[in-house]
Design a protein around this ligand. Structure first.
Ligand SMILES: [Zn+2]
Length: 859
């Protein structure tokens, strides 16, 4: 297993030989000596390497942990790749022209050699601690968040003081003296996950989007090679989990830094797994290498105040501050999931303008927008503005509910922990899969459906779970995680493993998520198909639905765990409401029909009017005769709650003259002052309704339906709101015809002229806002209080914070609270940071009010 891997000396030899062969491209230096007197070797690669320090640079470090051999192997492989391809691959050439890379393939040579020759899973360096123990965890020995420990035998012993070790002190010295470094990647194993750096202050950083996007763009390249996607774990900070690491030190110097955890084992099968890891990371590394200059002083400034100024059910208008320079244009990217790439595959706009409208979007759907500036002369790009999250509004007939399970209704049951399974509910994490100590474990989620009408027509459903940690899912490409409806009548006790194990499954969702796609730090979503929506509809009568989540139930020889952890969002170690499992249901309700008979009709001739019959055509002087119909819309309910979904005007003709002339008749939805011939001729035409009918049609059928289009339905709603009477004109479309009439209806006829309106009852908008918003500090947290609106439509408020700009919509920032209290604490925020809070009130649709804003100023 180990022979194919390079020794440290082989690594140094390869670099030295490269310097001999490509002296203009690569140089080598020792940045320090280890305890065992090995050189810590750093390679510099750039076109015209003597000029390297004048170009923006990426710092590559590997194998700071002795047993994590990928760092050294990939470092050497990338050096070889660059040298072999710079002449033939224009992208490599361009990247090396404008950027520099510093590569330390192995930052812990002593530990690495110890791991190679004596103890495979050795992690630390080889300091003699003087008490019979050896080694300091170098990735706990940097200064940021350094935590002193006295347990020298611990695998994470942090050393006597920050930078006490020659390895950390050497890299610190190098970084401190190379202000051209803009990006840093530190390679570890294992986990297939990116850990971007943190400032541990519980608030988004201005470059948080850059960190995530750099990792997501690497993921895009990785996916092209092996179909794999790594997790990106920046969002919830692993507070206190990591202290004194290199990544945070680099970040504190203004360097965009991330750890890349590669593979599923420290020392994997070389031929099968290590080559995969190397092959997928080379294009990813090249991509990030090319970004170095975009984070340097050459780069334009990142755009500011990137917000959504208008949001509808299908369009979003984005705006940002006007650029100061005419040489600057902007690139806008759109994703439907968080932490995805921004590259040519999702570039939706390039513009010198400071606004853009995105169109043809789905309703009630979350979109993520990204923007960066580009210098049109140099093509150097700016960092990204903080990402903008937007949810399009519902269509006028739609309702939506996001339902979270109660704490006692969500948890997991394990085969071997039968007596304590009840404790796994509403606490910290869901463990799903199989391992040696727990046996088989299932997740259980019960959602209350009592807020959704029993007759709801469900149109879209999505279940979402947040994979928290895949360290225990140790086997690559093994097993899948699925969700099933279980028959609630077959389960008496959801805390009982056997009952859940034997529960009657109604249906398993068609979509399963294989282990390779279950990436930690990125939401997993299950979208329901029509059959699954139908099953959920049937559960509405029970007011609840129970799901069982199942992972692998068997392990191959020699393996001890294939267990995925999902955040539960409750308990001390749960990520809170941002990470709670949830079901998102979009639905509508059955429509009602209102049939309105014409309240009056009048036939309008040039020189007379007839209020008993509805006639149209031409008089003896070729002048048109118009039929005017009035409908009383007060038969419809309250206009503020009536959404017209369909409508048609039905009319019967009594006569049909025989003629060879091509005569056609149409109906217009109109606004007229009075019934004078002049007013009718100068009518305000709102819209044509349906299509015209011909004389032949009148002979074939007596009954004609004129169908409203979408715009006409909206116009009818507006008319309903304004004046309760709708007017239509029927007339011939031809001209120059003499003495020709069609009679349609007279006032004594029943059922020959009607407006058939289908509608649903739903609030159109919600305009009440909260008032009297105040902030205060209690127990070192920001407390927000406000007064809720008093009207009957009020359901709750949605509170969001943003430290960069005023939140432009309910998703524009971090969600703080949703519910109907009149106060909340910002449990996750930092009271030392100034920020904006926005409170949106909502009704039962939900429609959101305009926001009430408060600026919080820290002392
Ligand atoms: Zn490591």
């Amino acid at each position: 297993m180990k022979q194919q891997y390079k020794s440290y000396q082989q690594t140094v030899d390869i670099i030295n030989q490269s310097v001999q062969k490509y002296p203009e491209l690569i140089s080598v230096q020792s940045i320090g000596k280890t305890h065992e007197n090995r050189d810590i070797v750093l390679a510099t690669i750039s076109l015209d390497v003597n000029n390297a320090q004048n170009k923006p640079a990426l710092l590559y470090t590997g194998t700071i942990h002795a047993r994590e051999w990928i760092g050294n192997e990939l470092g050497v492989a990338f050096i070889e790749y660059l040298l072999e391809n710079y002449k033939t691959n224009p992208k490599v050439f361009k990247t090396l022209t404008y950027n520099t890379i510093y590569i330390v393939p192995c930052l812990n040579p002593d530990g690495y050699e110890y791991s190679r020759s004596h103890f495979s899973f050795w992690r630390k360096n080889r300091r003699d601690n003087g008490d019979g123990t050896f080694g300091v965890d170098l990735n706990r020995n940097f200064s940021v968040g350094y935590t002193k420990s006295s347990n020298t035998s611990s695998n994470v012993y942090s050393g006597p003081k920050p930078f006490s070790e020659p390895e950390t002190s050497a890299i610190k010295h190098f970084v401190d003296n190379h202000s051209n470094i803009t990006l840093a990647l530190d390679y570890h194993s294992q986990g297939n996950v990116f850990f971007p750096a943190h400032k541990f202050n519980h608030e988004p950083e201005i470059n948080g989007t850059d960190l995530n996007t750099i990792c997501a763009n690497m993921n895009y390249e990785i996916h092209k090679v092996t179909g794999r996607k790594y997790g990106i774990h920046r969002g919830k900070p692993p507070t206190k989990l990591i202290s004194g690491s290199g990544r945070e030190y680099y970040y504190s110097k203004g360097i965009i830094a991330a750890v890349v955890e590669v593979g599923t084992r420290n020392i994997p099968d070389f031929m099968k797994n290590m080559t995969e890891s190397i092959d997928e990371n080379i294009p990813a590394l090249l991509k990030t290498f090319g970004e170095a200059q975009n984070y340097s002083k050459q780069a334009p400034l990142r755009p500011l105040n990137f917000i959504a100024s208008q949001i509808s059910d299908s369009r979003v208008t984005l705006t940002w501050d006007k650029p100061l320079s005419e040489d600057i244009y902007f690139r806008i990217f759109r994703n439907t999931h968080n932490k995805e790439a921004c590259n040519s595959s999702n570039l939706i706009c390039e513009t010198f303008n400071n606004t853009f409208t995105d169109v043809q979007l789905n309703s009630s759907t979350t979109y993520y927008y990204y923007i960066r500036a580009v210098n049109n002369n140099t093509k150097v790009k700016s960092p990204f503005s903080p990402k903008l999250k937007v949810k399009t509004t519902l269509q006028s007939h739609e309702f939506a509910k996001t339902i979270f399970p109660n704490p006692k209704d969500v948890g997991y049951v394990s085969q071997k922990l039968e007596h304590t399974n009840f404790k796994h509910f509403g606490l910290n994490s869901l463990f799903i899969g199989v391992n040696e100590t727990k046996g088989i474990s299932y997740g259980v989620m019960q959602f209350n459906l009592d807020k959704i009408p029993k007759n709801a027509i469900i149109t879209d459903v999505q279940i979402s779970l947040y994979p928290l940690n895949r360290v225990n899912a140790k086997i690559e490409n093994y097993g899948e995680w699925s969700i099933s409806f279980i028959d609630s009548s077959s389960v008496g006790e959801i805390y009982d493993f056997n009952q859940i194990h034997n529960a009657k499954v109604i249906e398993t969702l068609g979509q399963t998520i294989p282990s390779s796609k279950l990436t930690q730090g990125k939401w997993s979503h299950w979208d329901f198909n029509d059959i699954e929506k139908e099953i959920l509809s049937q559960q509405l009568k029970n007011d609840k639905v129970i799901f069982k989540i199942k992972g692998p139930t068997k392990l191959p020889d020699g393996r001890d765990s294939q267990m995925m952890m999902f955040d539960l969002g409750y308990g001390k170690f749960g990520g809170g409401l941002h990470y709670r499992p949830n079901i998102d249901i979009k639905y509508t309700v059955p429509g009602q029909t209102c049939i309105i008979e014409a309240s009056s009709v009048v036939s309008i001739y040039k020189n007379k009017q007839d209020a008993t019959n509805l006639t149209c055509g031409f008089d003896k002087n070729n002048d048109k005769v118009y039929g005017l119909m009035n409908f009383d819309l007060s038969y419809l309910p309250d206009p503020s709650k009536t959404i017209i979904t369909d409508c048609y005007l039905e009319i019967k003709n009594k006569t049909a003259t025989k003629t060879k002339l091509d005569i056609r008749y149409n109906i217009e939805f109109v606004d007229v002052e009075d019934t004078s011939y002049e007013s009718i001729q100068n009518r305000d035409r709102i819209e044509f309704i349906g299509y015209e009918v011909s004389r032949a049609d009148l002979q074939k059928n007596k009954k004609h339906k004129f169908i409203f289009d979408h715009y006409s339905c909206i116009a009818l709603e507006n008319t309903h709101k304004l004046k309760n009477e709708a007017k239509f004109i029927i007339k011939a479309t031809s001209s120059n015809i003499t003495n020709h009439f069609v009679s349609w209806h007279n006032k004594d006829n029943k059922n020959t002229l009607k407006l058939v309106v289908k509608y649903i009852n739903r609030n159109k908008q919600y305009s009440q806002q909260v008032s009297n918003v105040k902030t205060s500090i209690e127990n070192n947290k920001v407390k927000l209080s406000w007064q809720n609106p008093l009207d009957n439509n009020f359901v709750g408020v949605y509170v969001v914070r943003n430290r960069f700009h005023i939140p432009s919509n309910p998703l524009d920032g971090e969600k703080i609270y949703a519910g109907n209290d009149n106060y909340t604490f910002d449990d996750f925020g930092n009271p030392k940071i100034s920020k904006y809070y926005a409170i949106f009130a909502y009704d039962n649709v939900p429609n959101y009010s305009k926001s009430t804003i408060i600026k919080f100023k820290s002392n």
